[in-house]
Design a binder for this molecule. Structure first.
Ligand SMILES: Cc1cc2nc3c(=O)[nH]c(=O)nc-3n(C[C@H](O)[C@H](O)[C@H](O)COP(=O)(O)OP(=O)(O)OC[C@H]3O[C@@H](n4cnc5c(N)ncnc54)[C@H](O)[C@@H]3O)c2cc1C
Length: 261
């Protein structure tokens, strides 16, 4: 029996125009469609594969505003069994450290968990820090940038692909694993899965329910802050090369001037 926790984050859809709120540089959540982060769909898929290979239970845990329930329901409709949703106005603007503290406390609510699966990096905050902080807080080993994962009794084996080859990693359970984008192709929820998800238990908790002090979370208590953000400058028009029989040399001269060749 593998008792798996998957951390899922609701993020603004990368296909929408994403903005920061002018008032405090936190995310303007209303300006974009919200979706379950794709890397977290892959984390759920990996958990479901382990569950389907033997006995197991998958609990999804999310820290986010009320509408994060949509992301949670999607994970449940893929096949996860139950969920914990931490939702509290005090969490607005929390930094990665505070978010990780709250997630660690929520994970500890899942009795006898063996494995925590996360994404390497969320597509909005892109800190890539939360899983490592959680591993430290819970005193657990962490395997990062995982491309292949196997549970082997009381230990876990993982492969990480690098430019130079494959790194084989191993840790005793319980452990935290963060997965890379190439790990799998997540399944689409089936109609049956969507219907079943409506009845699956979702426990909604506040920071007080988790025993976390509200003075440790939120924008006012963040240890770091976003001071300024500016949109990417629009693309400038490219250089046009007229081919009058010497197009190749002109392109080569341009590339030399740009120090590209
Ligand atoms: C617009 C904007 C402004 C921000 N401002 C600040 C700021 O001022 N100061 C600051 O320190 N930070 C700021 N952040 C970072 C913000 O606090 C983080 O989004 C949050 O703490 C998680 O970090 P991350 O998104 O970088 O996660 P990562 O560490 O990149 O996430 C990796 C994985 O951890 C898990 N995970 C992460 N967050 C959650 C969650 N909420 N619920 C469940 N699982 C989760 C997921 O599995 C995810 O794939 C800002 C982020 C945004 C988008």
């Amino acid at each position: 029996m593998t008792n798996i926790v998957v951390l899922v984050k609701q993020v603004p859809d990368t296909y929408s125009e994403r903005k920061l709120s002018g008032a405090d540089n936190t995310l303007d959540r209303e300006s974009a469609d919200a979706v379950l982060d794709e890397i977290n769909e892959k984390a759920v898929e990996e958990a479901l594969k382990i569950k389907e290979a033997g006995e197991g239970e998958v609990t999804v845990v999310s820290v986010g505003p009320d509408r994060a329930t949509d992301a949670i329901r999607k994970a449940l409709s893929m096949g996860a069994d139950k969920a914990i949703h931490v939702s509290d106005a005090a969490l607005h603007g929390s930094d990665a450290i505070a978010t990780a503290k709250v997630l660690a406390a929520a994970i500890s609510k899942v009795e006898g968990f063996d494995l925590v699966i996360t994404g390497n990096e969320a597509s909005d905050g892109r800190g890539g820090a939360v899983p490592a902080i959680i591993a430290e807080l819970l005193g657990l080993p962490q395997l990062t940038h995982v491309n292949e994962l196997t549970v082997d009794g009381t230990s876990i084996k993982a492969d990480r692909y690098t430019e130079d080859g494959v790194t084989h990693l191993e840790a005793n359970l319980p452990a935290v694993v963060s997965v890379g984008e190439k790990i799998n192709e997540p399944r689409y929820p089936s109609f049956k899965g969507i219907m079943a998800a409506k009845k699956k238990p979702v426990e909604t908790l506040t920071v007080a329910d988790l025993g976390v002090d509200a003075a440790e979370v939120g924008l006012g208590n963040a240890w770091s802050s976003v001071l300024e953000a500016s949109p990417k400058p629009p693309r400038t028009a490219g250089e046009r090369v007229e081919d009058e029989g010497d197009g190749g040399s002109k392109v080569a001269a341009y590339l030399v001037a740009q120090k590209l060749i």
